[in-house]
Design a protein around this ligand. Structure first.
Ligand code: GTP
Length: 369
């Protein structure tokens, strides 16, 4: 795979520029039973942000764009990488060994993964070899094959109403969008009538605590937090106790994501899980891993590491709006076969949506719904 990427001048030939540098179905949330719990008294309620905390993106005024238009514009860079490459190959050309090889290169460059790239070219070879083919027909095959890979993994996050609370542990490398995703998810759950409480378990960074407080304030969810440097597992234990006492539906726990010290990270996450299980042997009921799409291939390593350390039960891919490398979601689905619950295409409160394989596949292939 890396050999293909290293071919001199390949990217320039296809897209006229340099490759992007490597950087770092509606969820079945049943309506909540009527909340009879007393007014929550969090250890620390959501409060005014400190100046250090980044302000989450404001909700835009005016008519809201549909999710499909957000998804399409969010994935525009990924789809234009793919479609520009496909058009360059297939304008008035027959499907032969050379065009298939060029196509495979384009698909690999878009981070779809070797298996999926080969699957697509094999389908074309089988059905259309030595025939004229338009770029639109190639894009239709691309969308169909990508959808086949993704569809079994497009699984909504289910919140078990029998759990009081259903505990969601959110893990991932710092900056991948954990806190923002927690904010967006809390907004969705709150809208669905769930009573949500948040725990600022990334005690390592003051700004992360403040940022969660801002989100808590926006969605009306109490935030249980302590001073930076406090023991994250102790905090998670107290948060679960409070959530149980208050009869909350959902407890969402933020965590630190210092990959540079894997041993410490592992010890901290294991300790959090251990102390949660003391109160509820089934907790955490969901372990969500946030992945930043702009990191491309690096996201594969993160699934591997956090899968091992934290027993990830589902994925959220963020920042699909900021990258040409959205194809990485396909490679991840093919390799790890984990449920993909949500994707994020922006920083706003409404920019998280349950993952839909058909929409995603069409959007990256530049097709209409
Ligand atoms: N464009 C875009 N930006 C996003 C998305 N999700 C999160 N972000 C931004 O990414 C940055 C990092 O997000 P955080 O939620 O702070 O990430 P984190 O994993 O909690 O990181 P720490 O706070 O460092 O632990 C913030 O500026 C977010 O607004 C997304 O889907 N699209």
């Amino acid at each position: 795979m890396s050999d293909d990427k290293a071919k001199p001048g390949f990217w320039k030939r296809m897209f006229g520029g340099g490759p992007e540098p490597v950087a770092a179905p509606t969820a079945p949330i049943e309506p909540a039973p009527t909340e009879a719990a007393p007014v929550p008294v969090a250890i620390e309620q959501a409060s005014a942000p400190s100046p250090a905390a980044p302000e989450p993106a404001a909700v835009a005024d005016g008519p809201k764009p549909s999710w499909w238009s957000k998804l399409k514009s969010g994935l525009a860079r990924t789809s234009s990488s793919l479609t520009t490459g496909i058009t360059a190959i297939f304008t008035k050309r027959k499907l032969d060994a050379a065009t298939l090889e060029e196509l495979e290169d384009v698909l690999i460059q878009a981070d779809l993964g070797l298996d999926t790239a080969m699957r697509i070219t094999e389908t074309l070879r089988r059905d259309r070899f030595d025939k004229e083919i338009s770029d639109e027909e190639v894009r239709a095959v691309l969308a169909a094959e990508v959808e086949k890979v993704l569809a079994p993994h497009a699984v909504p996050l289910t919140i078990d109403p029998a759990k009081k609370p259903h505990v969601v542990l959110v893990v991932g490398v710092n900056g991948t969008g954990k806190t923002t995703t927690i904010g967006k998810l809390s907004a969705e759950l709150t809208r669905a009538g769930r009573s949500v409480i948040l725990c600022a378990g990334d005690t390592f960074r003051a700004a992360a605590i403040d940022q969660l407080r801002i989100w808590g304030g926006r969605v009306g969810a109490p935030v249980i937090a302590r001073e930076p440097g406090a023991d994250a597992a102790g905090l998670a234990f107290d948060a679960l106790k409070q959530a149980r006492d208050e009869g909350r539906d959902v407890l969402i726990i933020d965590t630190a994501g210092r990959l540079q010290n894997k041993a410490e990270l592992m010890a901290e996450l294991e300790k959090i899980v251990r102390v949660l299980k003391k109160q509820d042997p089934e907790a955490p009921h969901s372990v969500l891993l946030t992945l930043d799409a702009t990191t491309g291939q690096n996201a594969l390593n993160q699934v591997e590491i956090f899968g091992r350390v934290a027993g990830v039960t589902g994925l959220v891919m963020t920042k699909l709006d900021g990258t040409a490398r959205g194809g990485i979601l396909v490679a991840i689905a093919a390799k790890f076969k984990l449920p993909i619950h949500y994707i994020g295409v922006g920083e706003g409160i409404d920019d998280l949506e349950p993952f839909d394989a058909a929409d995603f596949a069409k959007a990256i292939a530049g097709l209409e719904r």
